[in-house]
Design a protein around this ligand. Sequence first.
Ligand SMILES: [Zn+2]
Length: 173
Amino acid sequence: MTLYEFCPKCATPLVMRIDDAKERPVCPSCGFVHYHNPAPAAGAVVFDNGRLLLVKRAHEPYVGKWTIPAGFMEWGESPEETTVRELKEETNLDVEIQGLFHVYAGSDDPRTRAVLILYFARSVAGEVIAGDDASEAKWFALDELPSDDEIAFESHRRAIARLKRNHPGLFTP
Ligand SMILES: [Zn+2]
């Protein structure tokens, strides 16, 4: 799959050429190389009293499904900054990053392939209020977690399964 048929800089039709050991669309006129890289996203697993914070998607894709709060990195942001910003936008919480949880490659977002960087974080201020891309934000105890078909994205399903498997203590009130 390629994003561009024509050079985004000079509008010449792109041609396939080997660049850096891989065939990529290249502009024969100005030399532009269309690197098609996945987009990095970042977010955090936040617990309160044994409950995990999830948000319900307000927009497609997967509108109405639950996810760990996360979003795509903006140009110039660190993944930690993305995480703090997304948590504020989607849940109204001010969070502090505690450490890296896990990293996932995602291929089931129709917009782009993603690399999801998830941290452990804790809430330091604010009450949960859903906002921005989230229609709901809610704390879930272990026995209240949405089922897999109610969770958007394979990477988020795997992350929640990993939390249950490797960090059961976090679900202890
Ligand atoms: Zn060009």
